[in-house]
Ligand binder design. Structure first.
Ligand code: RFL
Ligand code: PHB
Length: 390
């Protein structure tokens, strides 16, 4: 088989790029290891920047997002039993975020790919990129026990943190930067009215908590947990007890609990691989960088990679101009690192770190007090949360 752009990974990054390029007449094939149902069963992001939303619209995938997604003009940070409001709209001069689940967004992308007859191959096993530094790179994989090969102009590694793309780059050609946090997030999803129409991030001495949502009938809650335990250690009742202890009393009193329909633990990690290109293979999204979810940057950072790659590919195929491809890694990384800084800062601000000294804890408290007392600090938070320009 032959294509112009061979994409490894059928998550939001790979699907969005495939859809955008196909609409411009550029041929792509997406190789996804898992089934569509499996990909859609992963409950992940919930908060989108407008830059991302615009890309979804440009990809002809924005109709349901615009109809069902919620515009959020602000959120709360609870600390010491008090809710402090972050007025995103006021602080950024009119910007906001959209609450629309990654599951729904991925479903929209799959449906759009299907409608256009886009090639998305599920259950592609043993995917491997080859000859990445040559002018004729290719992909091999196994499907239903048979070996397959796809020749392409370019390979896109959009196969997430555990994918094969980044790992196929020789160790001396890539540098990795990493911080692993000594805790994870235990998340539950349930069919109840959210405790608050807007998100609440809570700092508490027992650990961080987050009240989020997917819609006004679907709630998503998280608590910081040690990595030593497993999800089986947490009954729903244990979860509600712990969440209530960490929220301000008035919020806990209003919390509607119920049976969880999903429960999982996500470890927290900051990670960046540089450069995001090896010859004619380009990395995008979680394959190249991940953040702790605290600042809601992960999927949004993936979106800016796709924006840069999409325009670079357009320039190459439509104008014969390779400047965008040459500059892709540098340009993408400049924005990625700002997202990294913000996610690290918000994580550091709001979590309990078991190894912290009294001095560290005091500084954390002062950082929060300064934030709530300074409009400049609040503006900086808001500008990063709604997403820096592409
Ligand atoms: P994905 O979604 O991991 O998709 C990669 C795809 O590649 C497939 N794959 C392979 N395919 C073929 N061959 C192989 N060898 C392969 N190896 C893997 C996988 O099956 C998968 O389908 O990466 P992508 O597309 O770059 O998307 C990134 C986002 O998923 C991620 O950044 C966000 O979910 C992060 N995130 C959030 N981001 C936000 O912007 N806002 C949020 O509010 C937010 N909340 C979150 C989050 C992530 C979380 N977890 C669980 C990590 C909340 C949580 C709890
Ligand atoms: C979510 O709803 O899953 C979510 C929202 C905001 C975050 C992280 C996760 O910062």
């Amino acid at each position: 088989m032959k294509t112009q752009v061979g994409i490894i990974g059928g998550g939001p990054s790979g699907l969005l790029l495939s859809q955008l390029l196909h609409m411009q007449g550029i041929d792509t094939v997406v190789l996804e290891k898992r089934s569509r149902e499996y990909v859609l069963g992963r409950i992940r992001a919930g908060v989108l920047e407008h830059g991302f939303a615009n890309l979804m619209r440009e990809a002809n995938c924005g109709v349901r997002m615009d109809a069902e997604g919620e515009i959020h003009d602000g959120f709360d940070i609870a600390y010491d039993g008090v809710r402090n409001h972050v007025d995103l709209k006021g602080l950024t001069g009119g910007n906001s975020v959209i609450v629309y689940g990654q599951t729904e967004l991925t479903r929209d992308l799959y449906e759009a790919r299907e409608k256009m007859g886009g090639a998305v191959i599920h259950h592609a096993e043993n995917v491997q990129p080859h000859d990445m530094t040559s002018d004729s790179p290719y992909l091999t994989y196994t499907k239903d026990g048979e070996a397959q090969r796809i020749d392409c102009d370019y390979i896109i590694g959009a196969d997430g943190f555990h994918g094969v793309s980044r790992k196929s780059i020789p160790k001396d050609k890539i540098r990795e930067f990493e911080r692993v946090y000594p805790f994870g997030w235990l998340g539950v999803l349930l069919n109840t009215k959210p405790v608050s129409p807007e998100l609440i991030y809570a700092k508490h001495e027992r650990g961080f908590a987050l009240c989020s949502l997917r819609s006004q009938t679907l709630s998503r809650y998280y608590i910081q947990v040690p990595l030593s335990g497993s999800v089986e250690d947490w009954s729903d009742d244990d979860f509600w007890g712990e969440l209530k202890r960490r929220l301000p009393a008035d919020v806990s009193a209003q919390l509607e609990t119920g049976p969880s329909i999903e429960k999982s633990i996500a470890p927290l990690r900051s990670f960046v691989a540089e450069p995001m290109r090896h010859g004619n293979m380009f990395l995008a999204g979680d394959a190249a960088h991940i953040v702790p979810p605290t600042g809601a940057r992960g999927l949004n950072s993936a979106a800016s990679d796709i924006y840069y790659l999409y325009h670079a590919m357009l320039d190459h195929y439509k104008k014969g101009d390779d400047t965008g491809l040459e500059n892709y890694s540098q340009k993408a990384l400049a924005r990625v690192w700002k997202g990294q800084r913000f996610s690290w800062w918000m994580t550091t601000l709001l979590h309990q770190f078991p190894e912290n000294s009294d001095f560290d804890n005091k500084l954390q408290q002062i950082d929060l007090e300064y934030l709530f007392s300074s409009e400049s600090a609040m503006k900086s938070l808001a500008e990063n949360y709604v997403g820096l320009p592409f």
